[in-house]
Design a protein around this ligand. Sequence first.
Ligand code: UN1
Length: 498
Amino acid sequence: MAEPKSYRNFIDGEWVEASSRGALEDRSPADKGEVIGTFQDSGEADADAAIAAAARAFRRWRLVPAPKRAEYLFRMGEILLKRKEEYAREMTREMGKPIREARGDVQEAIDVCYHLAGEGRRLHGHTTPSELPNKACFSVRAPIGVCGLITPWNFPMAIPSWKLIPALVCGNAVVLKPASDAPLSSYHLVKICQEVGIPRGVVNYVTGSGAAVGGRLTAHPEVRLISFTGSSEVGRLVNLACADTFKRASLEMGGKNAMIVMDDARLDLAVDGAVWGAFATAGQRCTATSRIIVHKKVLKDFVDRLVERAGGLKIGDPLQESVDLGPLVNEAQLKKVMDYVQIGRDEGADPVLGGVRLTKAEYGRGFFFPPTIFTGVTPEMRIAREEIFGPVVCVLAADGLDDALAIANDTLYGLSSSIYTQDVNRAFTAARDLETGITYVNASTIGAETHLPFGGVKRTGNGHREGAAHTALDIFTEWKTVYVDYSGKLQKAQIDNG
Ligand code: UN1
């Protein structure tokens, strides 16, 4: 077997080794013997060098006209499209999502590039009349400065693109710190930034631990914004750290997403949605369906069909076209899922499917866990309240719409939700009353499109919506209000027009 390739940091337009010279191994979760590559285990000094380069580059980049900045992004989209298959395969190898889903992940990045390439010629501000004569007033979007982007492993190209691409079109310089479980996909993204000729220092890439690199990004006074996706526990710490230097923090965190299935739902459709929502990416999505709240009248029928469909999912090598469920990303994640399954059993819930680690030889080299369905779950159980981030779904019973909505909203999180019903009144009531940033009607809780606002309420987020949507511009710009008085005399607002 060839030596695994060694990947470097990208700082000030150069591919460089970390000052510590330590290495991180990126291993395949489907076969832990397979090393995908080694990455730099960087320290604070490397983060500092990247921040300094970004701060220098920002001074020039912010003055490049936005339509020009956007042309680079369009070319990035073109390259991603050409290499979609290659990048999808490498993503599947490094973090284990089935190849069809990895293609979707790369496609999200392509969509973001194309969408925001157009934004270069919009980036609309506001104009409004002045209360005084011969005076003009307008507000424009100004870049923020150096942005620290801390990204997760579950959407290793899509999520970095949600942050990197809007940051760039808005005129910011960035330091990207990817998750150590999947640094290769964002490496590809950064490589393309270099290929299309984005000026040196505008995009920097530093791999390493959250404590060393992430910690330095959040603490450094020259970083003006942190955009973070990850757990609510870490997001809270990021937010606290950002307060010290008065940084903006845009946080995308946990979920405990509910799907409601009413008695008038098309059950076949709801079962399809539940299987996709709960088990795609082996449940490792912030948007994963983690609770299914089913009307009592259809509970038995629904569960029977769900168990049958989920039991038929093909588990195995995620590079195989026909595989539905790949491995979990690493041993710690597998252990966490197994611990929660035990917690569910101890709480008295009934694992009607799965629940036991796969031991056959073909699974032995990876972190595989089967689709697991718990019935008899009640809202106060820990498995119904805490984010598991694995192929485990809880089924709860409800008496009617009000009861189902109350159960769905009884959570600390608020990312995604869904309702299956044929009744338009119920659908609109749920769309209004489900306390989440995203609600689907007759569709699963996953599958957000990049040009719509993405984010959640409660402990899921802190008020931002990201992706390529217009709301992402609010994350990566400051409003700058400009008054131009062309009267040639002193005019006093609120006083001279009183
Ligand atoms: C995430 O899990 O953090 O809506 C993002 C979806 C994907 C993005 C999920 N487009 O499922």
